[in-house]
Design a protein around this ligand. Structure first.
Ligand code: ATP
Length: 135
């Protein structure tokens, strides 16, 4: 089976590197499925999951936005933050979700940064989904 090299890199360093059969993720323009030999492209990513097909299994990585660069033999994902499903601290994500929910509720009472709380909520929900492979 043909493979393509995938690297996921964050400001804190590399998070994942492997040769895989297919990469799927959500770009701002929609769902992307990348196979070996894909035409070169660059795409901004949403907060979402990266799914990597390898040896008949699927691995999951939570990414908090960033960019995807495709070359025929290599996919590079530059993300603000990224965690493989087994490295997600579920309780931390649950606490982050509750904090964000609280802020979104308080927003009705006083002015706070709605967009910031909304993004925190989306990151937390994404981590919870990826940790349970619910994507
Ligand atoms: P929190 O409020 O819990 O810090 P956050 O969404 O604001 O969540 P980020 O700013 O996206 O956190 O990430 C900061 C760093 O912490 C990154 O290195 C990220 O990989 C890591 N991180 C955040 N949440 C988790 C989690 N639930 N499990 C593992 N690592 C996490």
């Amino acid at each position: 089976m043909k493979t393509i090299k995938v690297s996921v890199v964050t400001p804190d360093g590399p998070v994942y590197e492997s040769d895989v059969e297919m990469v799927s993720t959500k770009a701002q323009s929609g769902e992307l499925g990348i196979l070996p030999g894909h035409i070169p492209m660059v795409a901004p990513l949403e907060i979402g999951a990266v799914r990597l097909k390898k040896d008949g299994k699927t691995e999951f990585i939570a990414v908090s936005g960033g960019f995807l660069e495709v070359r025929p033999d290599q996919v590079t994902i530059l993300a603000q933050a990224a965690e493989t499903s087994e490295h997600i601290d579920v309780e931390r994500a649950q606490r982050a979700k509750e904090r964000a929910e609280q802020r979104l509720k308080e927003q009705k009472l006083e002015h706070i940064d709605f967009r910031r709380a909304e993004l925190a909520m989306r990151r937390a929900i994404n981590r919870l989904n990826v940790s349970e492979h619910r994507i």
